[in-house]
Structure formats: structure tokens, C-alpha cells
Design a protein around this ligand. Sequence first.
Ligand code: ATP
Length: 235
Amino acid sequence: MALLEIDGMSVVYGRQQAVTGVSINVGDGEAVGIVGVNGAGKSTTLNAVFGLARKRSGSVQFDGRNISAKTPEEISSTGLGYVPEGRHIFSTLSVRENMKLARCPRGEFQSNLEEMLDQFPILGERIDEPAWTLSGGEQQQLAIARALISRPRLLILDEPSLGLAPQMVERVFAVVRRLHETGLSILLVEQNAGRCLGLVSRVYVMQKGRIVKEGTSLEMANEDSLWTSPKGGPA
Ligand code: ATP
């Protein structure tokens, strides 16, 4: 049974159909990608899974439980972590204050924070500095650490490479790869298909709100629809 199972999900914004009948699954311990050009519906899909966009139809199961109607807080407590597009870091707050905003079981914050600082030493070095002083890649690490503090079983990342210098992209992807190797399941949205294929074992291609192709990374490497994005070339 899949850890995450999205079945026939549709999302409408006003009169615009943003996502239509999307079905995606992620197995326990698996890393899965969703690729597609701007406006394909990737972020909307993730937001709807996490209860941040209203589903018109379809269902979402996580670890065998129906989470379709749950709030983001409830979803987070079931074991789903979400790093949204744009990171959503509070730039005037310190690294520690940003971490405190994470959803974390009462009484576990300090020990979980220490574990995160072990994993992301740069955050420990900058713990009391305002987040705006961090580079883009460091802010992305902060966003990932903040999502991990509740100890999720599945981490959902929306375009973690967005706006980062190539060297920083490399660093962030190395972090995600390491997390996956320790057993964390990953659902990764990326416009950069080359980067995505290098990390995940299966990939879904979205176009105009629908899944138009899916397959293993090996199968999809030669799939034309994967490379339609101007940013989609191999990294
Ligand atoms: P990007 O890579 O640019 O984030 P995406 O594949 O994630 O693109 P979405 O952001 O999910 O695509 O957008 C899907 C469609 O829904 C687009 O046509 C977009 O303009 C529209 N859309 C997204 N968010 C909203 C919103 N809050 N209100 C209205 N329409 C929206």
C-alpha cells in the first residue's frame, strides 16, 4: 500500500480549473517527482494535499488514513512535512524564531531542534541571526529543517532549487538526497527535470492541470514531454 495516495483530485480557482483528476502515489521510502512548466498545476496539487487549497473532488490518503478534509495542522501531525515554493521564511526573525514557528509536538521542540542543528550545522552557526542574512541556499535549508522538526515520514518539497545559484542548488539537492537515504519518503516538485530525475525513482509529468505521463526515471529520461520546459534541460 502507498504511503501517500492522491486519487482523482481536482481543484478549481473561481472559474479556472487548475487541477483535473490528478492521481499520484508515493510508496514508503520512495522518492517521487512531479515535473511540468509554469502554471501546470504542480503547486496547487501540493497545496491541496496539505489542506491549503480546497479540493473540488478526489481524495488523499496518507498512511492508510483519509486526510482529504483535514486542516494543515492536522495533516502535519499525521507525518507529512511541507516545504512550500518560495520557502516562506520570516526574514526579520532569527533562525531560532523561524524554527519555533514549526509545528512540533509539545515538549519535543528543543531536542528536535538540536537534531536539526546537527544535520544543518550552518543553521547552528547562525541561530540568533535574522534569516535575511542567510543566503538563498541557507534559507532553503532552514525551510527544510523547519519542516523536518515535526519528524515527518514524507517530505513534500516545492521547487527547492528556485532562485538559487547552481552551487547552492547542488547543496540543497545533496541535503534532500541524504534525507532520502536515511529513509525519508520524498515528493519533489521541480521544473528542472534533469535535477529531478537525478534524485527520484519515479516521475509524473503535469500539463495544464493533468498528469500526462508517468514512469520510472529511467523510462522517462527519453520522454519528450519531460523536456518541454525551457529550464528542463539536464543540469
Ligand atoms: P509554477 O511552477 O509557476 O508554480 P505550477 O505548475 O505550480 O506553476 P500552479 O501554481 O499550481 O502551477 O498554477 C496552476 C494554475 O492555477 C495556473 O493557471 C495559475 O495561474 C492558477 N492559480 C494558481 N494559484 C492560484 C490562486 N491562488 N488563485 C487563482 N488561480 C491560481
